[in-house]
Design a protein around this ligand. Structure first.
Ligand code: ADP
Ligand code: MG
Length: 227
C-alpha cells in the first residue's frame, strides 16, 4: 500500500504545485491520476519517484516513509517510465531489458537474457527483441519501456502521460494491453487522457490546481472533471 499524507510541494519560484494531497493507493492493477494540464500530476509523480522532496507531508510505502529507504531499496520497489521513455538508442530492446538486472542486480548475463526473453514473451512483444528503439513504433516503444521497468519486479510502476505520443487507435490498444497485462506490479498512471484512463483503470483520483478534488471509480472521476 502506498499512502500519500498531507503532501505539499512548492517550486523555488514560489509556485505551489501540491496542496495538502492525501491519497491511499491500494496495490491495484492500474490506478489513474487525472487532471488538466498544470494541475500538479507530474509534480506528484516526481514526489512519488523521489525526484522531488516535498516541503511538508510524507509518502509511506507499506508503512515505511520512502525518504528513509536506501536508494537501491527504493528503486527496487518503485519503478518509473518517463514521458520520453529513455530507451537506450544504441542497444537492442533485449539489451535494454537486461541492462539494469546486469548492472544493478549483478545477475549473470545469460540468465538475464533468458528472463528478458521471458518477459517480452509474457508481454506479447517477443518479436521486438532484436529491434533498436528507432526501428519500432511509439506504441511498441511504450510497451518495451514498461517491459524494461518490470525486469526489476517493482511493487509500483509510475507512468507519466503514456499516451501523449500515441494516436487514438494505438492509445486504445495500449490501454487494452495494460489492462490485460498479467503482472503483480501496480501501475500508477498519470494522464489527462480520459478515454485512455477509462479503458485502462478502475479507480483513481482527479486533481485540480494542486489539490485532489475527487477520488473513486473512473465514472465518478469523469463526472467530477466534466462538471
Ligand atoms: P501537470 O503534470 O498536471 O501538467 P505539473 O505538475 O507539471 O502539472 O505542474 C503543476 C504546477 O507547477 C503548474 O502550475 C506548473 O506551471 C508548475 N511547475 C511545474 N514545473 C515547474 C518548475 N520546474 N518550476 C516552477 N513551476 C513549475
Ligand atoms: Mg505533466
Amino acid at each position: 500500500m502506498l499512502k500519500i499524507e498531507n503532501l505539499n510541494f512548492s517550486y523555488p519560484d514560489g509556485t505551489q504545485a501540491l496542496k495538502d494531497v492525501d491519497v491511499d493507493i491500494p496495490p491495484e492493477h492500474t490506478f489513474a491520476i487525472l487532471g488538466q494540464s498544470g494541475s500538479g500530476k507530474t509534480t506528484l509523480l516526481n514526489c512519488l519517484a523521489r525526484f522531488l522532496t516535498p516541503q511538508k507531508g510524507a509518502i509511506w510505502l507499506n508503512g515505511q516513509n520512502i525518504q528513509t529507504l536506501s536508494g537501491a531499496e527504493f528503486r527496487s520497489k518503485v519503478g518509473v517510465v518517463f514521458q520520453q521513455l529513455n530507451l537506450f538508442p544504441h542497444m537492442s530492446i533485449l539489451d535494454n531489458l537486461t541492462l539494469a538486472p546486469r548492472t544493478v542486480q549483478l545477475r549473470d548475463r545469460r540468465d538475464c537474457k533468458a528472463s528478458a526473453m521471458g518477459m517480452l514473451e509474457r508481454l506479447g512483444i517477443a518479436d521486438l527483441a532484436n529491434s533498436y528503439p528507432a526501428q519500432i513504433s511509439g506504441g511498441q516503444a511504450q510497451r518495451a519501456a514498461i517491459a524494461r521497468g518490470l525486469m526489476l519486479q517493482p511493487e509500483y510502476m509510475l507512468l507519466d502521460e503514456p499516451t501523449s505520443a500515441l494516436d487514438a487507435k494505438t492509445s486504445d490498444e495500449f490501454a487494452d494491453w495494460l489492462r490485460e497485462l498479467r503482472d503483480d506490479t501496480s501501475f500508477i498512471v498519470v494522464t489527462h487522457d480520459l478515454r485512455f484512463a477509462r479503458r485502462a483503470a478502475k479507480h483513481g483520483i482527479a486533481m485540480r490546481q494542486g489539490r485532489v478534488t475527487c477520488s473513486g471509480t473512473l465514472d465518478e472521476l469523469i463526472c467530477d472533471i466534466e462538471q
